[in-house]
Design a protein around this ligand. Structure first.
Ligand code: SDX
Length: 431
């Protein structure tokens, strides 16, 4: 972080305060207000953190105006077309694209950690079969801290490395187990001769009674979906992981917190909500009705998969997913999927509507992903677990960056208090 000679002057209550300005390698300058309360006795106020940088980071950069997303400087569309998920994991974790030897070593380490402790199978038995897979994912991932005692000490770099690899390796296995449990089929063990994405499809869709051959088209589409969801700067779930980690909590508990936050329909739950919305719309002739509802302040309905706190242009991930949806559905022979037609018409209608234009609302990552996932055979309840397993590398990379920072301290925001001032207790007889 480069502290420039620039500073901002704040005049308050007859005093002036100099606030240093830090200049980034890309994006807006930041005002350093760390000493503001101590010097001026005031807090800043920013619910929702619309104007707040919570940390410095070198992992992911988003230009919301241009619709750009970079991971360690590499544009997401290049990574989606030229790389594969475990290579992107390496890039996010270690900062550079790996050499062939480094990639082989990393892939081998991940592959060798894909099984879970056999006792963990018992956790699923305690859930109802109709439990949402995100409920089981939160529970079982948190429970990993009850098993992997040799990777809980966050002060030990080696244990941090082992925890990172275990989480990246085991999330697909646990997510697949959550799916199998929900449909009453037996768990399927990972196979070390399959790559990461093919292995996930195998664990989800194979059954012991017959051979399962992974469709390379689906495996490539799966891998691309994993890449597109891998990391996204300081979004709500990543900020949750950072805040949980700031207390020194173990990595499995922190990732479980991130999964819980991602579940919300305003965040990672939007992919499920979006597909359910497209099904409710049903046909292009009902689109105007839903567009009007989305614009009606008295109607809580929002266009799911649309809008973003940072992107005020099309989410670059949505562009790649839209193209991928066309390719996958055509290759699967379902190119006339009515949901895809509704989605495309809805997008065009919204993008030409003054309300959406004025508020700069564009399709986000969740708008097309559900159409692909449903075409691949996943139920809507598995959409957010797939987002969670993809984002685990982003959470863990941001966690590692924060824990390794010697400036790291517990996150403890303050508040604008609007409650009662001090008053004496009143005995019940006098109330
Ligand atoms: C993800 O942060 C990330 O990076 C997240 C994510 C990641 O990779 O981690 O990108 C993943 O969470 C994508 C977003 C998925 N959520 C949805 O698709 C749900 C629908 N979208 C909205 O709920 C909303 O757009 C948010 C939550 C995504 C962003 O909300 P903001 O930034 O708080 O913006 P806002 O709610 O203040 O909206 C600004 C205005 C409001 O109108 P006014 O009060 O100014 O009159 O735009 C309106 C909103 O009512 N608006 C919408 C809308 N989204 C915003 N109106 C209709 N439909 C929508 N989808």
């Amino acid at each position: 972080m480069t502290e420039t000679q620039k500073s901002a002057t704040l005049s308050l209550n007859g005093e002036t305060y100099e606030l240093p300005i830090f200049s980034p390698t890309a994006g807006p300058d930041v005002l350093d207000i760390r000493k503001l309360y101590a010097q001026a006795g005031v807090f800043t106020y920013d619910p929702g953190f619309t104007s707040t940088a919570s940390c410095d980071s070198t992992i992911t950069y988003i230009d919301g105006g241009k619709g750009e997303l970079l991971h360690r400087g590499y544009p997401i569309d290049q990574l989606a077309s030229k790389s594969h998920y475990l290579e992107v994991c390496y890039l996010l974790l270690y900062g550079e694209l790996p050499t062939a030897a480094q990639l082989e070593d990393f892939e081998t380490r991940v592959t060798r950690h894909t099984m879970v402790h056999e006792q963990m199978h018992n956790f699923f038995r305690g859930f109802r079969r109709d439990a949402h897979p995100m409920a089981t994912l939160v529970g079982v991932v948190g429970a990993m801290s009850a098993f992997y005692h040799d990777s809980l000490d966050v002060t030990d770099p080696w244990q941090r490395e082992v925890a990172a690899v275990r989480l990246i390796a085991k999330l697909p296995t646990i997510a697949a187990m959550a799916y199998k449990y929900s449909i009453g089929q037996p768990f399927v063990y990972p196979k070390n001769d399959l790559d990461y994405s093919a292995n996930f499809l195998h664990m989800c869709f194979s059954v012991p009674s017959e051979e399962y051959h992974v469709n390379p088209i689906l495996s490539r589409a799966m891998d691309r979906i994993f890449i597109l969801h891998a990391d996204h700067e300081q979004n709500a779930s990543t900020s949750t992981v950072r805040l949980a980690s700031s207390s020194g909590a173990n990595p499995f508990a922190c990732i479980a917190a991130g999964i819980a936050c991602l579940w919300g329909p305003a965040h990672g739950g939007a992919n499920q909500a979006c597909l359910e919305m497209l099904k409710e719309i049903g046909s292009v002739d009902r689109i105007p009705e839903f567009i009007e509802r989305a614009k009606d302040k008295n109607d809580p309905f929002r266009l799911m998969g649309f809008g973003h706190r940072v992107y005020k242009n099309t989410d670059p991930r949505a562009k790649v997913l839209k193209q991928s949806a066309d390719e996958v559905l055509e290759l699967l022979g379902v190119e006339d999927n009515p949901l895809l037609q509704v989605a495309k018409e809805l997008e065009q209608t919204a993008l030409n509507d003054p309300y959406f234009i004025e508020k700069k609302l564009f399709p986000n990552v969740d708008f097309y992903s559900g159409i692909i996932l449903e075409a691949m055979g996943f139920p809507t309840s598995m959409f957010t677990p797939i987002f969670a397993l993809s984002r685990t590398v982003g959470w863990i990379s941001q966690w590692k960056e924060m824990i390794a920072d010697p400036q790291n301290k517990i996150g403890r925001p303050r508040q604008l208090y609007l409650g009662e001032t001090m008053r004496d207790y009143t005995d019940i007889e006098k109330r």
